[in-house]
Design a binder for this molecule. Structure first.
Ligand code: ATP
Ligand code: MG
Length: 440
């Protein structure tokens, strides 16, 4: 399988001033082509170091992809570094110069002299036209003679260097316009297919332990990832075609789903809110929410889903005690005796908001998001989630659930708010799944 190295060039990247989204994009695209990206290097705008990195990359990989350093300014050094490394001249390309001149003419501007530099490229390279900008990119096929001359290992294997502009939109356009098809024609090496199995309610290491037997497989591979209080297992298979990769992955995916049970909630782009939305829709149940500490985030997440109007009845932010009393009928006695952050209040909020609007279900969140406002008895991160289900045909059998969370108090305010909403969505998801099982 062909190997690639991505070389991101730019001092801004090293200083942490910008995020290296180009490398993320290129890594994903290489995987789609079935090209192994084994090295990902970042270097500043420095000719000597760029040359060193390209030299190392040629030892590591057959394909070297650079991003950045193609502009007209003196710190744009990618092509010059390549020319120096291979001991070839920079040549002026008349066609490119005319294109750059035309680019400025169209905008009614004179071409700055510095832009002439962009019409220069290392001798022996081929141009990749750039439909979006003035920076010309190149494909340089490095043959055995050149490789031998500079002392690269295994000079009998040809190498390809492809240079891209740093501006992400230009890089993406050029990738799909020319580079992707070029690479897949030269390196016809199958594809990599992967699939995320999203989980909620278990930590990364516990999830890995649960599926320990799968963690050391090679094709497909299974790897755990965590973030935002959630976990996923990524199953990745390499094969000649998508269908064959899916055939390899299918039994593993089935095994994971069966062992994970309700901890697994969906594939790839599924979210807790989209899964809950689908369950509500399929059961034709409506929902109302009352939020305190999450300040509307639950409502936002629920209504981020297109078509959520099918089940959303009313989403209220009842932040003050007055609002809890006035709009959703939380009793003064509850507020006085137990406080707004209490199991009793959460339950009354869920029931109250459902009754106010006549929805089947009510979901509530009340807690202490911090950083202030905690006490010994009620610390920051204490959150109560109430769920109420009005079942009109079964008198006296309304359903309710309550979840008490003690989130780590060192989480930020926004993390506590976000996790509270995830827990609320998950409580509702599990309840709806139970309904499904009870009904059969
Ligand atoms: P220009 O012609 O604009 O100078 P260039 O090819 O020389 O383009 P750079 O000067 O390195 O590219 O970067 C231009 C801009 O593109 C940077 O200011 C930054 O905003 C963005 N950029 C560069 N590299 C990356 C990267 N790896 N990931 C995301 N954005 C990047
Ligand atoms: Mg630049």
């Amino acid at each position: 399988m062909a190997r690639a190295e991505i070389l991101s060039i730019g001092t801004e990247l090293l200083l942490g001033q910008i995020l290296n989204t180009n490398s993320q994009f290129l890594s994903q695209e290489l995987a789609k082509l079935g090209i192994d990206c084994l090295w990902n290097t970042t270097v500043g705008d420095n000719k000597q170091r760029i040359k060193e990195c390209v030299f190392q990359a040629l030892n590591h990989a057959e394909i070297v992809i650079t991003s950045g350093g193609l502009g007209p300014t003196t710190d744009d050094l990618t092509h010059e570094s390549l020319a120096e490394l291979f001991g070839v001249q920079m040549q002026l390309d008349q066609d490119t110069l005319q294109q750059i001149k035309a680019f400025f003419r169209k905008r009614g501007l004179p071409m700055p002299e510095s832009n002439r530099k962009q019409a220069m490229r290392p001798d022996g390279s081929n141009l990749l036209p750039n439909p979006m900008g003035t920076a010309p990119c190149i494909i340089l096929k490095v043959n055995g003679q050149l490789l031998q001359r500079i002392g690269v290992d295994n000079p009998d294997i040809a190498r390809y260097i492809i240079t891209f502009p740093g501006v992400p939109a230009e890089l993406k356009t050029m990738w799909s316009a020319t580079a992707a098809s070029f690479l897949s024609s030269v390196f016809d090496s199958g594809i990599i297919w992967s699939c995320d199995l999203k989980h909620y309610g278990i930590g990364e290491s516990a999830l890995a332990e649960m599926h320990l037997g799968l963690m050391h497989k090679t094709n497909p591979t299974v790897a755990p990832y965590a973030g935002n209080g959630e976990c996923r297992l990524r199953v990745t298979a390499k094969a000649e075609s998508v269908e064959k990769a899916q055939d390899l992955a299918r039994p593993i995916i089935e095994e994971i789903i069966s062992r994970s049970g309700n901890l697994f909630y969906g594939f790839n782009d599924s979210t807790l809110e989209s899964v809950v939305g689908n369950l509500l829709k399929s059961k034709q149940l409506s929902l109302a929410t009352a939020e305190s500490c999450s300040g509307g985030l639950l409502s936002k997440r629920l209504t981020d889903i297109a078509g959520s109007s099918a089940y959303t009845k009313l989403n209220l932010i009842t932040y003050s005690n007055e609002a809890k009393e006035k709009f959703i009928g939380v009793s003064r006695a509850t507020l006085e005796e137990f406080g707004a952050v209490s199991a009793q209040c959460a339950q009354e909020m869920a029931q109250g908001v459902a009754k106010t609007v006549g929805s089947d279900l009510g979901l509530s969140i009340t807690g202490i998001a911090g950083p202030d406002g905690g006490s010994e008895e009620k610390p920051v991160g204490l959150v109560y989630i109430g769920l109420y289900h009005h079942k009109p045909n079964q008198e006296g059998k309304d359903g309710s659930r309550l979840k008490t969370l003690q989130l780590a108090p060192n989480l930020t305010r926004s993390e506590i708010r976000y996790r509270s909403t995830s827990e609320a969505l998950n409580l509702l998801r599990l309840y709806l799944l139970d309904l499904e099982q009870n009904i059969g």
